[in-house]
Write a protein that binds this ligand. Sequence first.
Ligand SMILES: C[S@@+](CC[C@H](N)C(=O)[O-])C[C@H]1O[C@@H](n2cnc3c(N)ncnc32)[C@H](O)[C@@H]1O
Length: 234
Amino acid sequence: MPKVKPKLKNLLSKLQQEKKIRDKASQPYPKKRPSSHVRPPRPPPYQPGDSILLIGEGNFSFARALAENVLHVGHLIIATTLDSEEIMSKKYDDARDHISAFLKCGGKVLYEVDGTQLSKCKGLKNKKFDKIVFNFPHAGAGIKDQDRNILANQKLIESFLNSAIPFLKSRALYSDSNDGEILITIKTGLPYDNWNIKKIIKSTGALAVRETLPFNVSQYPGYEHRRTLGFKGH
Ligand SMILES: C[S@@+](CC[C@H](N)C(=O)[O-])C[C@H]1O[C@@H](n2cnc3c(N)ncnc32)[C@H](O)[C@@H]1O
């Protein structure tokens, strides 16, 4: 008889242990506690003292926003458009206002600058920049065929990069924080993801992808994206 008691005790404790495991397993998965630490957005990637070349401006609202509201000065910024002054005014009826505000900040404007042939632009002769920026490049050729459209935009970006490299202050592969940078903003999703922009960057053999940042439009008050064909463009 005395030998039975410990056996019963063992069985009881085993049953209790099994129940504990079952109870734990049936409990709902603990919810992640909401983080009390909300990361503030990264500041725009521009520093006072940066010399900046803007390619493919639409209505010049980005140039204005950068000079007026981000850097609070524009004397180191050259903003360019592929269009002539006349065509630009027809396409974007707010461009003149933006340009005059940008010029007041000390900025410089150049017309008819082809981003794929920067060495042909007299106004850029012997100039070097810390940052060369092309926001939302788009060939705007109205090509309906998706594959040909992607190809046209890939060609634009590849030619732009190769044309811009000699205008960077430093042309070393990404190795130190003083390297010149090219900033390209593109939309995400299809068909843009199929542009394979990182592959194009690497194919230049002279550039490396430093990082990918979200483009936070609220950090550029006054900036309004414009399509290549103007207000009526598709
Ligand atoms: C979608 S719009 C974006 C305009 C402006 N960057 C913006 O963010 O509102 C595309 C721009 O790329 C420009 N573009 C296309 N091909 C170009 C080239 N070869 N050189 C310079 N700009 C070009 C067009 O003129 C147009 O202004």
